[in-house]
Design a protein around this ligand. Sequence first.
Ligand SMILES: O=P(O)(O)OC[C@H]1O[C@H](O[C@H]2O[C@H](CO)[C@@H](O)[C@H](O)[C@H]2O)[C@H](O)[C@@H](O)[C@@H]1O
Ligand SMILES: O=c1ccn([C@@H]2O[C@H](COP(=O)(O)OP(=O)(O)O)[C@@H](O)[C@H]2O)c(=O)[nH]1
Length: 787
Amino acid sequence: MVRPRLLVVSMSLPVTAKRIGEESWSFTMSPGGLVSALLGLKEFETKWIGWPGVDVHDAIGKKALSVALAEKGCIPVFLEEVCDQYYNGYCNNILWPIFHYLGTPPEYRNDSTITYQSQYDAYKKANQIFFDVVKEHYQEGDVVWCHDYHVMLLPQYLKEYNSKMKVGWFLHTPFPSSEMYKTLPSRSELLRSVLTADLVGFHTYDFARHFVNACMCILGIEATSEGVVDQGKVTRVAVFPIGIEPERFINTSELSEVIQYMKKFKTDFGGRKLILGVDRLDMIKGIPQKYQAFEKFLEENEDWRGKVMLLQIAVPTRNGIGEYQKIKDLCHGLVGRINGRFGSISSVPVIHLDCSIAFNQLCALYAITDVLLVTSLRDGMNLVSSEFVACQKAEKGVLILSEFAGAGQSLGAGALLVNPWNIKEVSTAIGEALTMSPEEKERKHQINFQYVKTHSTQQWADDFMNKLNEITAKAELQNGKFPHELPQHDVVQQYSKSKNRLLVLGFYGTLTKLDKNQVRRGDGMNLELHPQLKEKLKALCSDPKTTVVVLSRSEKSRLDKIFGEYNMWLAAENGMFLRHTCGEWVTKMPEHLNLDWIDGVKHVFKYFTERTPGSYFETSETSIVWNYQYADAEFGRAQARDMLQHLWAGPISNASVDVVRGGHSVEVHAVGVTKGSAMDRILGEIVLHNKSMTAPIDYVLCIGSFLGKDEDVYTFFEPELTKKTKSSSPSSGGGSPKKVSSTVVDLKGENYFSVAVGKTHTKASYFLHSSDDVVQLVQKLCTQNNA
Ligand SMILES: O=P(O)(O)OC[C@H]1O[C@H](O[C@H]2O[C@H](CO)[C@@H](O)[C@H](O)[C@H]2O)[C@H](O)[C@@H](O)[C@@H]1O
Ligand SMILES: O=c1ccn([C@@H]2O[C@H](COP(=O)(O)OP(=O)(O)O)[C@@H](O)[C@H]2O)c(=O)[nH]1
């Protein structure tokens, strides 16, 4: 079987290189969860592109290293002089603390060569170097999977180079709340670049939600159930919690060498209960908090002194950054204090190791551990907790897990969840874990073991790849479906040939002439019918072979006022109310529509209208719209963002409503109030009314300047193109539940025209530039009436 080619791009390669001769290199495993996770990918022909962990300045060395790495499926990226300001600077001294809620570090003041800007420049340069390497190795059809905050600009570089490239981006760290993220000076550029990817993935729903929120708040763009929409391009945002390769840990812990280690360690520890910590020595891992909690436990539980120990493996990381050196000193100080206070001549309660350990030793430690203590202050996932679960033997240990690690959501049910900042709580959890009954330990273990076994790295990667392939395949299909400019000649020709025509027309932006200087009424815009349409529309409506429906968001009174004298159908409030101009209004609402939220929303809209000069809001029976088209654009957008947050937190938090963000508006309406969903009921009513209708509708022209949620009206008639006929039931709202004949509509491709006015990203098959084009078209149709 040919395996799909995958180019994995991450800052670090899975191996770190060390030069041992002019042309020879040795390798060690790179630390960290990202490497552990991606090593589990088996079903792809994977090439890994990343930094080899060393600077190489000579051509001979670079060549030899590239050859040696190629055997391991790795391609080096040489970062050279940008490396320090890129990796230690922008990535780990700016992005990392912000993403983990540690705050935005101040600029160095004592070195003018290291500024925020110089570090961001290095970041851009480094991303460009990554791009050059990908470009060199990319083959058509490859998937490029970018990992982590180190390469946030890469998706944009890749897509600008080749828009057909399949590009995914996955973040292994938390994505912080927008309140934190927005402190980052280059916040917009990074978001915009990430949004060029086809799929953006996170470990948890919280992180995904924060990202979408940041896009809304900072870029002012729309979020939909599918992801984020920026200038018509949809970026899918989804959640893929990473796992481990469970078999690797289960099998290793069966090895005789590992069993020997287990025996040896137990003897070394002298029968004391073992609390284990395994973390990179990083501020986010909460190691000082762990020590404080253990100290408190020993303080308050005299009986346990000498009977329990804490072994902390503190894997060295990012040594080039001052903060990381400080945290080491802090830990050493705390360990000295605890050992001084509670140690004895023969043993000390804390062993702190500033090193990494061999994989077999790690598995042996996991297997004999009584309590694994994870106190991360923030952590994308934390794979150590899953590895511990996989290695458990007959006698099960207990997992104490920080609620601020992504793993808290997956393994919380089988763990003792703690707030690492609450030293007392962690200390109590240590006591609870040490005294837990074997039955309870077994029960908790089983819950987590089932999860870890069934949520492997391979599963994670498959899920991401499947989703990415599904999205790109769908996009390819849609590519051929971009709307074309309306062929007015065909529209007119088909019109003249047909016997029973239906014209569905929007109002705002379709039949109106938009004028910035138009007079505003107290509660909204005084929109008028396009002056050049008045007579022509009247002529169209008077043709017995033509049925005209104006389908608008407007309320009944406005449609009455504007169209009352025409012989046509009026569908007000997105089709919730319907009337032929020679009859009365009938209600066409779906049953049980809950409208209790309207007053609360009105209150918020009023507040923002009073504070946003030029804005206004309009209320109807089923929806309410705030419009800031005539306000200052920038300020209006910012106000709209704040308004949305107030709405979600208050009046609509539990209501059955849809919120739609238009170009310059925020609309809230009851769920299901869309033009497309109303079309079925409208059609039923029209057919009932036209009892004399002898031939099926053989021509439909549907023109509108509709919001995205209303575009279902364009596709309403589409199935007819294949099925030829459609049944329609006028049951809901007012009419009797009678079935309309199945020959109501008879459409083929050439006599159905769905047309969006003023936009090309649409479900409609055609577009017109403006309402002036609509006027022109109506004029042409009229000449056919007279012909
Ligand atoms: O290579 P370093 O700079 O020393 O850092 C090691 C890695 O740390 C981070 O790992 C994250 O990924 C894990 C797997 O998804 C996740 O469990 C953990 O919570 C994260 O912290 C970082 O995101 C990686 O890029 C680094 O390679
Ligand atoms: O001496 C060690 C001890 C642990 N690990 C591995 O480092 C990873 C840590 O991943 P985690 O997701 O817990 O946190 P990260 O370090 O990525 O933030 C785990 O796979 C550990 O097995 C390691 O490489 N060397």
